[in-house]
Design a protein around this ligand. Sequence first.
Ligand code: SF4
Length: 54
Amino acid sequence: MNDHCNRCVGCTVQECRHHSDCEDFCTLDRVQIGTHEGNVTMDQCTDCKSFDRR
Ligand code: SF4
């Protein structure tokens, strides 16, 4: 169970193994954010590259 939270990184992706099991925060000290788009115009264009499927 991930009971450590990094309260600087809010996250609701419960399918990620780095998600806190008790609150909507990430447990990593650092996350990498990137994009899959050539031209970023909205939040849907950005991705958490630290995501790791449970
Ligand atoms: S690694 Fe990214 S997707 Fe996974 S819990 Fe942390 S912020 Fe969310």
